[in-house]
Ligand binder design. Structure first.
Ligand SMILES: NC(=O)c1ccc[n+]([C@@H]2O[C@H](COP(=O)([O-])OP(=O)(O)OC[C@H]3O[C@@H](n4cnc5c(N)ncnc54)[C@H](O)[C@@H]3O)[C@@H](O)[C@H]2O)c1
Length: 452
């Protein structure tokens, strides 16, 4: 992990200017430039947001700090709480906007919008995204693209038909640390050697129902109109079939998307197990623990990739580990995790250190541990690998670079880092896990399944 004190560490702005970032998508596209519409200033973009719950709030907090972004409309069905709170937030930032309950009314009334951010529960994404694209807007839609493959497919098709931009909220795709790991460590240096194995997880502690402030509930008729049976379901939509996809979709989608990205591949098979073993199945319809193993056929050979998410213990939090015959990369969105380890038998990494790709371990005094006479070293133990630090740090809010990439793409200054075809591959990779658990057998992915 790099810290601000590392003289070799470079920050995000420096990195974005580097060739790696250009390779990752910062190029000019005449096609995209043609789609750009004029605001008051040539670069200004009029934006709406649909869904201002936990994630909508986080996106707003980043977006209001991006120059030239003007929120003109806010839509949320929870008038007494989220809608009111986030409207107040926008006013404090001097974004004059109209407020709506129904996104269809917003689309009918607002004729001056160019883009919309969608951060509603997963089951709303397909309908709202397709309608917004058809209304001529560029869309930033949160992950998971949809809770159904058919929904995700409709989104890909609508983006294609309308020619509007659709960015899916897999924000690690714009995170400079992840881009550097992909472009520099894996592609340029092949620092890990032949990749063989991936391990990843997102573990969380036991959590109570989300609840809601007393007196701030939504009436039953409104809840029903928008697809919810009760306030409990409205708040804990992630756990309900038909609304969300459970932790494997909610959390796993972020990280399994990285497996596909870093391997430049989609998986061939998945075996998975899971269940609702701890919580009440009436309120936790999706599995509260899932363990899945994918197998990938890459151009360098087979890679097996494990993923676990449990909701009863937070041990080790969340991370992804990529293992090759010459080294290991440990990476996470959490900034405290980010190391590379060189296998003792691998060629020296001095040239990568010199080129600033990784930061060398601090000099350590050789500790001599004399074996007592007659005791042989344990030959089963591999020598401990050397730990190197990543040369790029992420110093901004996690979602800001991904939003910036979306707005830059609208302005014709960038190519989307997570366009719908890419996100669709990730959606099928993740949604198949729930199918595999239900079917109780190994599931195969056919290459044509990844194409719309
Ligand atoms: N990228 C990330 O790191 C990240 C993190 C968390 C959540 N998410 C995603 O963001 C989305 C929202 O998650 P959240 O945690 O904010 O959920 P949430 O329940 O906190 O918020 C959802 C908001 O949408 C509103 N809403 C519900 N149905 C609506 C409708 N039909 N029209 C308009 N508004 C509606 C609700 O009133 C609420 O304010 C989900 O897709 C989730 O997967 C992404």
């Amino acid at each position: 992990m790099s810290s601000k004190n590392d003289s070799n560490a470079i920050n995000r702005r420096q990195f974005i200017r580097s060739t790696a970032a250009v390779g990752a998508g910062l190029i000019f596209s005449p096609e995209i430039i043609a789609q750009t519409q004029a605001g008051d200033k040539p670069d200004d973009i009029n934006v709406a947001i649909i869904g201002v719950g936990d994630q909508g709030r986080i996106l707003l907090e980043s977006a209001v700090k991006i120059p030239g972004i003007r929120f003109r409309a806010l839509c949320d069905i929870w008038t007494a709480y989220n809608q009111q709170n986030q409207s107040r937030f926008l006013k404090a930032y001097k974004h004059e906007h109209n407020v709506y309950v129904d996104y269809r009314e917003m689309l009918n009334e607002e004729k001056d919008l160019q883009a919309v951010i969608i951060a509603t529960p997963d089951f709303c994404h397909a309908e709202q995204t397709v309608a917004c694209l058809r209304a001529g807007l560029h869309v930033y839609c949160e992950k998971e693209m949809s809770n159904t493959l058919e929904g995700a497919r409709q989104m890909v098709l609508a983006a294609r038909e309308t020619g509007k931009l659709l960015q899916i909220g897999h924000q690690r795709r714009s995170n400079p640390r992840y881009i550097y790991c992909y472009e520099k460590l894996l592609k340029e240096a092949s620092i890990l050697g032949r990749l063989t194995t991936i391990n990843g997880q997102w573990n969380r502690s036991v959590a109570p129902a989300r609840g809601y402030p007393q007196g701030k509930g939504i009436d039953e008729a409104t809840l029903n109109k928008y697809g919810y049976k009760s306030m409990e379901q409205f708040r804990d939509w992630r756990w309900y079939k038909g609304l969300g996809g459970g932790p494997i979709v909610d959390l796993g989608s972020h990280q399994i998307d990285i497996y596909n990205w870093f391997l430049d591949a989609t998986p061939k098979t998945v075996v998975a197990t899971g269940g609702t073993d701890y919580y009440d199945r009436a309120t936790h319809q999706w599995y509260d623990n899932v363990m899945a193993v994918y197998s990938y056929e890459t151009k360098n050979g087979t890679v097996r990739a494990f993923y676990q998410t449990i909701t009863t213990n937070s041990s080790q939090g969340y991370f992804e580990v990529f293992m090759g015959d010459q080294g290991t990369l440990v990476i996470s969105e959490a900034s405290y995790r980010g190391q590379v380890y060189r296998e003792k038998a691998a060629p020296a990494w001095d040239k990568w250190v010199k080129r600033g790709l990784v930061i060398a371990p601090a000099e350590k005094k050789e500790e001599k541990t004399e074996e007592p006479a007659g005791v042989l070293a344990d030959v089963r133990e591999s020598p401990k690998p050397d730990e190197y630090k990543l040369a790029v740090e992420m110093t901004e809010p996690y979602h800001k670079p991904h939003l910036e990439n979306f707005f830059d793409a609208i302005r014709g200054k960038a190519k989307l880092n997570c366009p719908p075809d890419v996100a669709y591959e990730s959606a099928i990779t993740v949604l198949k896990v729930n199918e595999a658990i239900e079917a109780g057998c190994s599931m195969e992915f056919k290459p044509e399944e990844f194409k719309v």
